[in-house]
Design a protein around this ligand. Structure first.
Ligand SMILES: Nc1nc2c(ncn2[C@@H]2O[C@H](COP(=O)(O)OP(=O)(O)OP(=O)(O)O)[C@@H](O)[C@H]2O)c(=O)[nH]1
Ligand SMILES: [Mg+2]
Length: 304
């Protein structure tokens, strides 16, 4: 039964893809069998992450970007992460409504993913579903998440190209686009450029990027998702990043996810360690410098 499901999945049958995703999402043995079976067929699809503050227009922009990709002859999978928060409780319904233009298109497959209830974290779950879409022959897999916490960092772990979407009028609120989100951006988009203040927001973002010497090459684009303006340029910018980065070697994504999860754990351990408090007091008293204290902390943690 699994064998025929895998066959149909590899042929790109939407019903088989949907069933495979459910099997993988529930972390069933069958899901693991499917993933094992498709493993040799992976690595063709490109993963593009869209993240940014709530309401920036990510879903609308993803819808328009899907339209542009279809014009370019690409098949597309979309994973829309529902933050399951009371504020964006309507996200799934809203996202579905905005994607209805692609509902009858066999070249587009859309799946919502609840951000709660994944044992290994969101990025492993999204990564596995992206693998299934890859196996089903999608050329591009898009991952939409709300940049309101951990999830936007996780997008960077999974995606080959990370697009960060903001809206104008953030004003001083550009700070809300935390440094972390700028770190991960390969392409920055100011959407809703039909609204006033769009130019100002673009200038502010460029200035913030200039503070980070390593990131001056990041494109800052303007789009109006509702009219489609700037969407072709966005597709070009994403392709340019792909071309520059090249195809990641097999296993890269998984390595990245595991490394980031390990880094989070180590960081939490460091912050909770009693040695940190002691060393920090010593630095405060002028008995140690920061570099020596850090080295001592690394040694102490290594001995645990
Ligand atoms: N004026 C204007 N409105 C836009 C534009 N793009 C999206 N919107 C509107 O902004 C609202 C939010 O759009 P969404 O696409 O749901 O935004 P989102 O970032 O996906 O929202 P969440 O997933 O809830 O975080 C909707 O009412 C859209 O119609 C744009 O370019 N210009
Ligand atoms: Mg959305």
């Amino acid at each position: 039964m699994t064998a025929s499901l895998v066959e149909r999945l590899l042929r790109g049958e939407p019903a088989a893809l949907a069933r495979a995703i459910t099997a993988v999402e529930t972390e069933s043995a069958r899901g693991r069998d499917i993933l094992r079976a498709v493993q040799p067929r992976l690595g063709r699809a490109r993963l593009v992450g869209f993240t940014g503050p709530p309401g920036a227009g990510k879903s609308t922009l993803v819808g328009a970007y899907v339209g542009e990709l279809r014009k370019r002859g690409k098949s597309v999978g979309v994973i829309a992460v529902d933050p399951s928060s009371p504020i964006s409780g309507g996200a799934i319904l809203g996202d579905r409504l905005r994607m209805t233009e692609h509902a009858g298109d066999p070249g587009v497959f859309i799946r919502s993913l609840a951000s709660r209830g994944h044992l290994g974290g969101l990025s492993p779950a999204a990564s596995r579903i992206a693998d299934l879409m890859d196996a089903a022959g999608k050329d591009v897999v898009i991952l939409e998440t709300v940049g309101a916490g951990q999830s936007e960092v996780e997008v960077a772990e999974v995606a080959d190209v990370a697009v960060v979407v903001c809206a104008p009028g953030l004003g001083d609120d550009v700070q809300a686009i935390k440094a972390g989100i700028l770190e991960i951006a390969d392409v920055l988009v100011v959407n809703k450029s039909d609204l006033p203040l769009a130019d100002r927001t673009r200038r502010q973002l460029k200035a913030m990027l200039q503070l980070r010497a390593a990131r001056v090459d990041v494109a800052v684009l303007s789009t109006t998702a509702t009219s489609g303006e700037g969407v072709a340029a966005l597709a070009d910018a994403v392709e340019a990043v792909w071309a520059a980065k090249g195809r990641p070697p097999p296993g890269t994504r998984l390595k990245r996810i595991i490394a980031e999860a390990a880094a989070r754990e180590i960081r939490a351990k460091i912050l909770a360690s009693p040695q940190l408090a002691a060393l920090s007091s010593a630095v405060e008293r002028g008995e140690l410098d920061v570099a020596t204290a850090a080295a001592a902390l690394v040694r102490a943690l290594g001995e645990d």
